[in-house]
Design a protein around this ligand. Structure first.
Ligand code: SAM
Length: 284
């Protein structure tokens, strides 16, 4: 999109909610149509590189730490001893990098449907891919829905669903059937965490139905954690945890005496994120 002074902007229009988010760009670095989706990469003036899939902003170099840290550390500090993690989607590898910061992890598998997302992340977001050669990391390219159907019962500690919005190939990742398969694949302290869109825009349409579907699939406990995310519609995003055991308590002293570096996550942020906005309960 061009303004009169010839400055170029990338704009994601959120038609349904009458809003938009824009980044001023220097140039488009790449564009391709894969068998699954259209991927674009831009160089922005202030947010580093920007990845867009099917017109929706996926991440920027500058603010992805918020999302990747909240998609991984709360769940990893909630499980008493996480060793085996599967990331469904997450092709940019940022969540994988955060997961591997935890020494207890023995195996972290990323199941991404579109290999091109990962190959482009290696090229344009190399800092997110720096743990891809860790001996505990495995990259598998295939459909996460099918992968979870075939998973060995009780073989996982944590499932992280780092997917696109619930349309196209990701639609089936937001269903009771999928959560049932996750429940079967998880051990007794197992939990799932899933990106659950904007608390402001999608509470009724996505967050609440997701929590109900997770509960119907057998997860007794759910908790939606809001966090700021400047590059997504409304600037406010969320991750929903669902556990066989409580997801409201976590290993606070391990989170406090964290041996690795984070930019956003810490014990107090985790504790704060467990406090749900008043309007969540009102809509019950
Ligand atoms: N942070 C992002 C967001 O919320 O917009 C998500 C980033 S990550 C790039 C999302 C990935 O999920 C995409 O690379 C997409 O290919 C992948 N994906 C979508 N459906 C999938 C499925 N059924 N199985 C595995 N990966 C899937």
């Amino acid at each position: 999109m061009k303004t009169s002074d010839k400055t170029e902007w990338f704009t994601e229009i959120c038609e349904e909610h009458g809003s938009a988010i824009s980044f001023r760009i220097r140039q488009q670095l790449h564009e391709e149509k894969t068998p699954y989706q259209r991927i674009e990469i831009y160089e922005t003036t202030d947010f580093g590189n920007l990845m867009v899939i099917d017109g929706f902003v996926m991440l920027t170099s500058r603010d992805n730490f918020l999302y990747h840290e909240m998609m991984s550390h709360p769940a990893l500090f909630t499980h008493p001893d996480p060793k085996r993690v599967v990331i469904i989607g997450g092709g940019d590898c940022g969540t994988l990098r955060e997961v591997l910061k935890h020494k207890s992890i023995e195996h972290a598998l990323q199941v991404e449907i579109d290999e091109r997302v990962t190959r482009l992340a290696e090229q344009y977001f190399p800092e997110l891919c720096e743990s891809n050669n860790d001996t505990r990391a495995e990259l598998y390219f295939g459909d996460g829905i099918q992968w979870m159907k075939d998973a060995e019962p009780g073989s996982l500690d944590i499932v992280i669903v780092d997917s696109t919005d619930p349309i196209g190939p990701a639609e089936g990742l937001f269903t009771e059937d999928f959560y049932r398969n996750c429940h079967r694949a998880l051990g007794e302290n197992g939990l799932i965490v899933q990106q659950s869109e904007s608390p402001l825009l999608h509470y009724d349409s996505i967050i609440q139905p997701m929590c109900h579907a997770m509960q119907a699939a057998g997860f007794a406990h759910t908790r939606t954690m809001p966090f700021p995310q400047s590059c997504y519609p409304s600037g406010w995003w969320s991750a929903t945890m669902a556990g066989k055991q409580s997801v409201e308590r976590f290993r606070e002293s391990d989170a406090e005496n964290n041996e690795f570096e984070t930019q956003y996550y810490n014990r107090a942020i985790h504790q704060g994120a467990l406090a749900e906005p008043a309007f969540f309960n009102r809509r019950g």
